[in-house]
Design a protein around this ligand. Sequence first.
Ligand code: UD1
Ligand code: UDP
Length: 364
Amino acid sequence: MHVLHVVGARPNFMKVAPVIAAFDAAGSVRQTLVHTGQHYDANMSDIFFEQLGLKRPHVSLGIGSGSHAVQTAGIMVAFEKTLVERRPDLVLVYGDVNSTVAAALVAAKLGVRVGHVEAGLRSFDRSMPEEINRIVTDRLSDVLFTPSADGDENLLREGVPADRIHCVGNVMIDTLVRLLPHARRPRLDLPGDDYALVTLHRPSNVDDPRVLGGLLQALADLSERCLLVFPLHPRTRSRIEAQGFQWPHHRRVRLVDPVGYLEMLALERDARLVVTDSGGVQEETTYLGVPCLTLRENTERPATVDLGTNVLVGRDPARLRVEFEKVLSGGGKAGRVPPLWDGRAAERIAEVVLAGRVPRRLAA
Ligand code: UD1
Ligand code: UDP
């Protein structure tokens, strides 16, 4: 059995690591890791290989940044050659980034079976590039590994046969469970213990200068109430710099480069609250029991709201201020950990694959 994994962007690395480990533990599986190069800065890629204990990729496509079409097509052209050479029995793709859909499309056309890890999530908002990637990837996949029951429901509603769908739990939480004991606070020399952690990178929040300006001003106001630690995604840093935003209380806002995973876990764990638009961070805060305010109108991860600590606040700065204050004064929403977010999702994926339960999907 030869399994080929395709990753490319930051959150993919946390998802693939436990799956590779689970197949390694099973023995008899040959594995190939392909890195598309969608993310390439050391602090967006290499650091995760080191911290997660991932071996160097067997193949690095080195595609880099570009428009959606340029990036997706670049990955497809390069990955097609890799796939023809390597001929695995199964290609596993992760999450909802351009690398995910590009690899799924190539594999499906070459008649190689495709498995989607983190299948079935839906925001029902096609203005998000990730939603398009999710729909297309799921449509093409022979086997679909969902993190939660809502994923199964979405896929069944879309006509995916039930025997293709396996609710295995959340692989990102597998990594969290393994590495939380090693989490370590970055040296930030904060003037106090209480801080709110902020991450932003969705195009809907950072690409429109008016929306970004409104959110930054709201954050600047909130920093008077609570220190902010804000690791800047490269997309966000470039947008803030282009806008020339000046932080009025800059000593209360710690803008830092993207941090490593172990540092990020410690920052999330110890935060009074987290303000984010990240998919993975919504899940991690739910697991950690830390209040999370999500700057989006919707989420493809409803378990974090229904069961966890997540509150959707939309993009309205006024609502953010209200909800932020509520957490500071009331402690925030209590939550519980969704079923199967137990550190063993990857083992379940390996079990399904090794039991031979991945026949090729020839019918629509
Ligand atoms: C991508 C994913 C998004 C995911 C995010 C995780 C798509 C469509 N989007 O968004 O779903 O949540 O990754 O972080 O796949 N850049 C650098 N260095 C890097 C990588 C990017 O400077 O190592 C800059 C480039 O200017 C690039 C921009 O960031 O144009 C955006 O990168 P890109 O991969 O296109 O999208 P993300 O916003 O990172
Ligand atoms: N993360 C990190 N350093 C950072 C910001 C995020 O290690 O500076 C981790 C975070 O803990 C989670 C993953 O990156 O494991 C989420 O990635 P991101 O927010 O980029 O993408 P999304 O999940 O929104 O697709």
